[in-house]
Design a protein around this ligand. Sequence first.
Ligand code: ADP
Length: 479
Amino acid sequence: MKVLFLAAEAAPLVKVGGLADVAGSLPPALASLGHDVRLMIPGYGAIDWARFRPRPAGAFDIPHAGGSERGRIWETESDVPVWLLTGPPIPTDRGIYSDSLAEDARRFLFFSLGALSACRALDFRPDVIHANDWHTGPAVYRLATTRGADPFFRDTASVFTIHNLPYTGRGAGPYLAQYGLAASPALALLPDWARDSMLGLGLVSADVLTTVSPTYAREIRTPEGGNGLDATLSARGDRLHGVLNGIDVAAWNPATDAVLASRFDSTTIPARAANRAALVEEAGLSPDPKAFLLGMVSRLDSQKGFDIALPVLSGWLESGGQLVALGSGDPAIETALAELELRFPGRASVRLRFDPPYSRRIYGGADGILIPSRYEPCGLTQMLAMRYGAVPIARRTGGLADTIVDVGDPGGTGILFDGYDPVSLAHALDRALRVYADPKSWIELQRRGMEKDFSWDRSAAEYEALYGDAMRFRGAAAV
Ligand code: ADP
C-alpha cells in the first residue's frame, strides 16, 4: 500500500509532545510491513536543516484569498522518506505552534492542502492518507469532498487519528473560507460550535477514525469523555476504532540502557536491585530496603490525578512508604510536591524538571509507578514502567485499562483501581503492599509486565488492517 502519513510534528525532526513519537515510530513500523510510506510535516525553521539536508523536490501554488501561496516540498530521510512543506504560513524561525488561532489555522490549512498538492506534484498516488489531530483535518475533508470528481485521488482513502480530543482548532471559519473549503452537509453531524473547527472537518469526513486506545474510543462517545463531540463520535461509531500506541522498545530497553547502574531483563530481575539502591542514593532518600519505593514520572497537570494522590501520599509516607517523583508543570502541584519533600526528608524526593535520563532510572529502580490519571487516551508511562520492571498502580481509564492487567486477574501485570477518589487510590496502594510482601508473587508480576509486547509492530499491524477497511469504506463516508 502507498501511505501518506501527515502530522504537525515527528521525532527526531521536530518534537513538542507525544504526537512526534507516534509520527516518528509508526511510519517506519508500517514500512517494515512492506508498505511504501511517506511522512509529511511542515518544514519549520526549527528543524535542523543542516543535519537532515532536505533536497528540493517540487513546488505548487495553493489558492488563497483570491490569490495564491507558493508551497515547496523538500525531501529527506528519517527511517522513511520525509516530505517537508515550506511556504508563507510555515514559520522559518523557532516557532512550531503559536498562541494565535489565526496563525495556526493558516499554518495547518496550508499544510493540509499542501499535502494533497504534494502528492500530485510528486506523482505519489496514496492508497491511504493517514492524518493526525486537528492540524490535518482539512486534508481529510478536502479529499472526501473532491475525490469524486478527481481521477488522481478517486481511489484514495483516509484514516484520521485523534490523539488529543480537546484540541479542536475551533473558530477557523474565516481561514477555511480563505482557502476555499466549502461547507458540506456532513457538517450537520457536528455541534454548532464545532462546525468551523479543523478537528470537526476530519471527524465527519474520514473513511476510518481512530484514537489511541480501545477504552478511550468508548469513553469519548460518552458525555463525560466526549468534550462536547460525543454525539458526533457516536454517530460515526461504526468507523471509530482504538489502536494502542507502542513504545520504542530498542530505545527503551533495560538490558542495554546505558544510564542504568545495572542492566537486566525479565530473566535477571534480581539484578535490578542495584538500580533501586542507586536511585535511593541519587534521590537523597534514606536507605530502607524493606520500604516500598513508589515512583511518579508525570506532567504536573489536572489530567494526571494529583488532586486524588496528594491527600494519600502523606499517609503513605507516614506509614513507611517512600516516594521518588519527577515532573514539571502546574505551579500549585509543584508546590504541593515540594512540601511533601520538606515534610518527609529521606522518605520523599521530588525533582521538578524534565529529565529523561532520570526518568529511566526511576522506571528501572522504583518498585511501583503511580499513575492516577483522571483520563488517559493511551499513556506511555505505564508501558515504560512495565518494560523496566516497575509495577504500575493506575486508574482503570483509557489506555491504562487496556495495557495493564490487574493482579487479581490471570496474567496480572499491575494494580488497577476504578474510583477517581483518594479512598480508591489508597486501597490500590494497600493491595500493592500486600503483593509486595510476598517477593515471589511480586517478581512474577514484574516479569509478566516486562514480557508484554508494547512494540510498534503490533500497532502497525492493526493500522494496516484499518487501512484495508478505509479502502473498502471509501466514498461511503458521511460527506
Ligand atoms: P502525556 O503525553 O499525557 O504527558 P504519556 O504517559 O503518554 O503522558 O507520556 C509521558 C511521557 O513523558 C513518558 O515518556 C514520560 O516518561 C515522559 N515524562 C513526563 N514527565 C517527565 C519528566 N519530568 N521528565 C522526563 N520525562 C517525563
